[in-house]
Design a binder for this molecule. Structure first.
Ligand code: F6P
Length: 363
């Protein structure tokens, strides 16, 4: 029990998401109960690069179960193996893992927990190569981490998006408009599919199914001919037209994952209005999807994930990430999930159910 483990670190990498604090709380309380000190590493891997850490006590992790964001701060630009530093007019990429190893050792860490998505896990693999003891916990509103059926944060984002779609319904039906709502999710359609299906969207565009804008227009016209004088279109940010390109909003060269998606809703609304004459509007829900109070389901998942991360630490089963598969919490090697994305299988029951109730995917 806790053999030789005296001090462990914890960090939140990548973008923030509801439920991070619930994991920090679970790991810290469980570890403190087992006589292990927990050190909070600030701003993801940046805290390890810049040696910014602080011991967490009971007060730090009290009353944070229901709060969004992360008490530790997050950063999605600090992969120690490929860290961008300013040089001259631009940026150069450096491997700063030596600094991380130095700060890990000087802080007296026996191991640390990384809570994050695929980018965080890929960075973890590069540190495991340097001998650091790491346990991973999967988070992301996108639900796209390979190896686990679910990530915490997704349920809250689905709820937020579905509530927004329900509200958009009001104006769509009152003004007889086509309303196109852009949701996050990167290269996987889980968020758009779950939120769209939950709120009865008429058209759902996801990265896994290339769309045809002309057919979407026909669908809107056909609906208005049948007395449905409005159409709600949910557009996952990573969806693209057949034979076309992704909608890229910006390229951030200082980030390990430089592409920031965006623009699909504006494109679809403009095309529908121009081609059909139906009045259309676009709405981008953006980071609202990452904020707010985690749902009870996310709090429960995050607490169980945090507890299992503590068990892995105790058992010295390093290099593993907590996962949930078929309702059971377990773990898998971090190296197996890094650099992969879990997309929606085309024969998934969610897609089949959506088609069965008349949802159109633009194909
Ligand atoms: O991975 C979470 C996520 O919110 C994606 O859905 C989105 O594409 C991306 O992060 C946005 O990143 P940023 O916060 O850097 O704009």
């Amino acid at each position: 029990m806790g053999k030789n483990l005296k001090r462990v670190g914890i960090l939140t990498g990548g973008g923030d998401c509801p439920g991070l604090n619930a994991v920090i709380r679970a790991v810290t309380k469980a570890a403190m109960g087992g006589g292990i000190e927990v050190v909070g590493i600030e701003d993801g891997y940046l805290g390890l690069i810049q040696n910014r850490m602080r011991v967490l006590n009971n007060e730090d992790v009290s009353n944070i179960l229901t709060t969004g964001g992360t008490i530790l701060g997050a950063c999605n630009k600090s992969n120690p193996a490929a860290y961008s530093v300013p040089e001259g007019e631009g940026w150069v990429v450096r491997d700063v893992r030596d600094k991380v190893v130095e700060h890990y050792e000087s802080a007296g860490l026996d191991a640390f927990v990384v809570i994050g998505g695929d980018g965080t896990m890929s960075s973890a693999v590069k540190l495991i190569e340097r001998g650091l003891n790491i346990v991973g916990v999967p988070k992301t509103i996108d639900n796209d981490l390979w190896g686990t059926d679910i990530t915490f944060g997704h349920d809250t984002a689905v709820q937020t998006a579905a509530e927004a779609l329900d509200k958009v319904h009001t104006t769509a039906s009152s003004h007889h408009r086509v309303m196109v709502v852009e949701l996050m999710g990167r290269y996987a359609g889980w968020l758009a599919l779950n939120a769209g299906l939950a709120s009865g969207a008429d058209v759902i565009l996801i990265p896994e199914i290339a769309f045809d804008i002309e057919r979407i227009c026909s669908k809107c016209v056909e609906r208005s001919k049948h007395g449905k004088r409005f159409t709600i279109i949910v557009a996952g940010e990573g969806a693209k037209p057949a034979g076309g390109e992704l909608f890229v909003e910006r390229v951030d060269d200082t980030s390990p994952d430089p592409i920031r998606l965006g623009g699909i809703a504006h494109y679809v609304a403009r095309e529908v209005e121009t081609r059909t004459g139906l009045e259309s509007r676009s709405i981008v829900l953006g980071h609202i999807q990452r904020g707010g109070i985690p749902t009870p389901r996310d709090r429960l998942l995050a607490t169980q994930f945090g507890f299992h991360a503590f068990e892995l630490l105790q058992q010295r089963r390093f290099g593993r990430v907590v996962v949930e598969r078929e309702g059971k919490i377990g773990s898998t090697p971090i190296a197996d999930v890094a650099d992969k994305i879990r997309t929606v299988p085309l024969d998934h029951v969610l897609i089949r159910s959506a088609r069965a109730v008349g949802t159109y995917f633009g194909d």
